[in-house]
Design a protein around this ligand. Structure first.
Ligand code: PEP
Length: 258
């Protein structure tokens, strides 16, 4: 048993303009109401592109919708000469509660290192938001059976220097890269193996309070049809959902896993 509130986060990636964003968030809110979703049983978060955040904020304003939202990336810097970047303060001002850092697509296409991910997580915490720190192995590492060692090295690097209290409030998303957008979902046992190892490592390095507070998500081709088996695992506290989060019915079904 756990006191951690499950977290279901929908990463829209580079999809939907602001008008489409409004449509999806409204539809999701109706779907959750229809399914009699209980916010105490799962926290629901949408992670749209930066350009949609203002529109999503307007909808969620006043907390009429029991939804939180966040951003897909953040700058390490507070302000100044960083053309094209968005600061943590700017995101916090827009009401973001979460920021995804180190998603595998950023690690791959923007060569983001654990050190950079660590700095982005620090910037996020500094602005009072919660980082969702993404880790996970590629296919070759999985085939060699090195998924645990590989992922724990990313956890060590990405969380380096954080205090136990900070870690207790964090979210780590284990996303095996071979399962992202491929329809290839890790088995519940695969998810538990690495998510359990992440919590054990955090317990070793940061202590019990950090390990018991930390929420560990699984991500990779999660759908309404496979979410229950994944959520039944001891060390899985939620899911980071890509493709399926673009459909209100499907994502609503995932949020209503319980
Ligand atoms: C993701 O991008 O974080 C993800 C898990 O994608 P998908 O659900 O589409 O595999």
């Amino acid at each position: 048993t756990t006191t951690r509130t499950p977290l279901m986060a929908g990463n829209w990636k580079m999809n939907l303009d602001h008008a489409e964003a409004v449509h999806l968030v409204q539809k999701l809110a109706w779907t959750l109401q229809d399914k009699k979703h209980d916010p105490a049983r799962a926290e629901v978060v949408v992670i749209p592109p930066f350009t949609d955040l203002r529109s999503v904020q307007t909808l969620v304003d006043g907390d009429r919708l029991k939804l939180a939202y966040g951003a897909q990336d953040v700058s390490t810097e507070a302000s100044g000469a960083r053309t094209g970047e968005i600061s943590a303060h700017m995101l916090a001002r827009l009401g973001c509660r979460y920021v995804v850092v180190g998603h595998s697509e950023r690690r791959e296409f923007h060569a983001e290192s654990d050190e950079l991910v660590n700095a982005k997580a620090r910037a996020t915490l500094g602005a009072g938001m919660t980082p969702i720190v993404c880790v996970g192995e590629g296919l070759e590492v999985r085939q060699a059976g090195d998924q645990v060692a590989h992922t724990l090295a990313q956890v060590d690097g990405s969380l380096a220097g954080f205090g136990a209290e900070e870690v207790a409030g964090l979210v780590v998303a284990y996303e095996p890269v071979w399962a992202i957008g491929t329809g290839e979902v890790a088995t519940p046992d695969d998810a538990q193996e690495v998510c359990g190892a992440i919590r054990a490592r955090v317990r070793e390095v940061h202590g019990d309070a950090a390990a018991d507070g930390l929420r560990v998500l699984y991500g990779g081709s999660v759908k309404a049809a496979n979410v229950a088996g994944i959520m039944a695992q001891t060390d899985v506290d939620g899911c980071l959902v890509g493709g399926a989060s673009l459909q209100a019915d499907e994502f609503g079904g995932i949020c209503r896993f319980y």
